[in-house]
Design a protein around this ligand. Sequence first.
Ligand SMILES: [Zn+2]
Length: 380
Amino acid sequence: MTISKDREYWVCANCVMDTSDSLIQFDERGFCDHCINYYNNILPSWYPDEQGARELAAIVEKIKQHGEYKSHDCIIGVSGGLDSSYLLYYATERLRLRPLAFFVDTGWTTSIARENVEGLIRSLKLDLHVETVNWDEMKDLQLAHLRSQVPHQDVQDHMIFAALYNYSVKHGIKYVLTGANYSTECVREPIEWAYINDLVQIRDIHRRFGSIPLKTLPVCSMFKYQLYYRYLRGMKVIKPLDLVPYTREAAISTLQDKFGWTPYGHKHYENIFTRFYEGYWLIRKFGYDKRRPHFSSLILTGQMTREEALGILKRDPYDKEEALSDMEHIANKLGISSGELIGLMKDENRTYRDYRNSAWMIKKAIELAMLLGAEKRNFR
Ligand SMILES: [Zn+2]
């Protein structure tokens, strides 16, 4: 594990976040600042009860009015993963909304994810829009990121978010519903682990390590998303799962019973590249284990015990055989040898600070969102 060299190793006494988050702070009880933020800032204003239901009913009313004469009244990005699948079901069957389901095929979707999405669409009788990204450009951008040696390899996340927002604004769909939620994500990943959605950085890394021009990949700058789309084009991003009782186990069993939905080994493992990147690249190369913020969220919201989490964290997130076969598959698909991919794992680590970035603007945007109450999670 690559733990910050000038700090003693420490793990929170209440959750499982540790000093692999290099800026983590602890109080005299040994509780970390993610926990303290949860108890002080998130919990007191989180109402997955009657109050949330009333708030949601008012929003749903507006969405229905807005979409009365349109073929869809809102849009939901689906990945086949738990949160977005549950949201699609909840919005359609429970809230009686008429969402357009939106899926971005980045080239890495597993057959389970595809079947999950298809099962939901069929049963709920929804329209599905699939946007397939240009694979040559995607491959070039992903290879550039691997060669840049930064931890954050999930450019797919940017494509998915950008494609969804660009489509919504272009087609006049005002309401974007997202599966983002406190229940499974109240502990935010440190920015040094997951530095995404900075178009300046994406372009700089591609300029240095890419080889073909990016002409068609969906992109969206922070400025466009935070200011232009939201304030000038009136796009509204709604997080319904924070206003209703939502827990991982109950959601899985509902989806299994109703749609024959298949769960994955771990959050985000519905995607082959993400599975490799989170389960191997981030952990082996940087010592960043994304299970820590995820399990910590489940511990804080009473869905997992700390002992249970510590037990699972001792084991690798995915089986060695599967890791090796995924690596071979990924190298092949990216057009490099397995040896080259292994070599990239061994090269010197870099951070987002080593490339051009607009971190100051992203921090300001998040601070503004915190001021407005749209973001309450601990951020640094
Ligand atoms: Zn903690």
